[in-house]
Design a protein around this ligand. Sequence first.
Ligand SMILES: C[S@@+](CC[C@H](N)C(=O)[O-])C[C@H]1O[C@@H](n2cnc3c(N)ncnc32)[C@H](O)[C@@H]1O
Length: 199
Amino acid sequence: MNDDQTHVQDFFTAHAADWDSRFPDDGPAYAAAVADLGLREGDRVLDAGCGTGRALPPLRAAVGPSGVVLGVDLTPAMLQAAVRAGRHRDGRLVLADVAALPLASGCLDAVFAAGLIAHLPRPVDNLRELARCVRPGGTLALFHPIGRAALAARQGRRLTPDDLRAETNLRPLLARSGWRMTSYTDEDARFLALAVRED
Ligand SMILES: C[S@@+](CC[C@H](N)C(=O)[O-])C[C@H]1O[C@@H](n2cnc3c(N)ncnc32)[C@H](O)[C@@H]1O
């Protein structure tokens, strides 16, 4: 376990038990973001940094029983909370670091990542690892149920120009990682960046 991983685990272990009850009304926002990912019946999709698995039910609904839904997270306590919530019935839960996924190259059609990117220690390398696992033409959604400004206010910090998720930073970051950004939304009630895996 390296320092970055220990930091993530310590932070999210402390929040795992009450994670869902802190944000009880987010369900429709997750369902809408999954809908925008354009999944089809039978697709194989990864929820990267799945946490308590809030996105797993809409992801399963989108790909149907013939599809594959994986939820990967680094924090055992978050995955345990996902099991307690019954979300293991919607997708297979895997304890792993998205920096080194135990997946074959090109095996996925899409990646959904909610609230993950701000926690990645090496965003270019880590997003490239997600790209490695997705077939050319496959898709990525970077989602958060509130926008950047609202999140900064909630966390008591100011938005700075070096914010990774600012459009002017995120577009080149994705391009360097094997992704082409196709849409960008940053509103009070949603942050959603969609991208396509380059050939
Ligand atoms: C803000 S929470 C979001 C959880 C969930 N996606 C949601 O929307 O409720 C971020 C999650 O990402 C996980 N995480 C952070 N860095 C990770 C990494 N390198 N690999 C796998 N999971 C990671 C954390 O353990 C945590 O569960």
